[in-house]
Design a protein around this ligand. Sequence first.
Ligand SMILES: Nc1ncnc2c1ncn2[C@@H]1O[C@H](COP(=O)(O)OP(=O)(O)OP(=O)(O)O)[C@@H](O)[C@H]1O
Ligand SMILES: [Mg+2]
Length: 296
Amino acid sequence: MAKIGRIYRALVERDFKVLNAIEKGMSTYQYVPLEVIEKYSRLPESHVELSLRKLHRLKLVKRQMLMYKGYRLTYLGLDMLALRFFVKNNVVEAIGDKLGVGKESEIFRALAPGNILVAIKFLRIGRPSFRSTRRVRVYADNPRLDWYKQSKIAAEREFKALKELYYVGASVPHPLAYNRHAIVIKYINGIELYTKPSLEDPYYTLSVIIDTIKKAYQDVGIVHGDLSEYNVLVDVDNGTPYIIDWPQYVEKEHPSSLSLLRRDIVYIVRFFKKNYRVEADIDRALKYVLGESESF
Ligand SMILES: Nc1ncnc2c1ncn2[C@@H]1O[C@H](COP(=O)(O)OP(=O)(O)OP(=O)(O)O)[C@@H](O)[C@H]1O
Ligand SMILES: [Mg+2]
């Protein structure tokens, strides 16, 4: 697949108008009829057709020709619209290589004005995935919502959580913007905890994680719910950990919040015990997070 930045640069104003028109039509149609695209884009028929041919070749739209000619956006098509928003709003200047593919997202390195490194996370909920055997998360009450709506809900949730967490001083990536199914966060120059990086003071790293769990619970009122060594990035220069990947968080009031909180703590404490020989007690850590003891 061509690089996302190269595809973006291949698009002109007219292509974005057509993509926007299809997006608008998708709230009514499974496949948006050609006439509707023409109407919404306010472009002459010949221009729309030329553009659609290009968008189809670039795999930004899907076409059906059974009953009528109709189009819908692919994930990549939606990515272009979100990118366009970030560029127009001076959040992103250039997009770089892929940082990772998760079960439910694709993440790219990008540059913000002032040469600031950021990460763009495009949520991809409900995409058939090679890792879909793992637990499926549901973000909306209606599990039949299509990928497009589910991914938007997930991005909004993750952005909102990160904003509140960052505000109370929890150790999470700094959120900068969100649009549609995508969020922009500060790039963390770190490596995933599961790779067991050598840590000068593992107890310090663990305590920042536990304090972040506590701030999330006490100050924001949420539980991560999918915490493990896979969702912690460690800045190897100073050992500071950052908890990432928040769209599935649950609120304190949720009936499963306490059991999820306990599970999050169990995974982290066990990992530090096993790999760094840090002596910590799960129940004491839980009490600490719940505000029932002064330390863990
Ligand atoms: N702010 C960031 N800075 C640098 N790298 C990041 C950042 N956020 C995410 N990444 C990279 O992208 C990977 C996936 O991120 P994240 O866990 O948020 O996505 P995900 O799709 O939910 O993944 P999965 O479900 O597989 O855990 C991370 O493991 C990390 O390598
Ligand atoms: Mg993750």
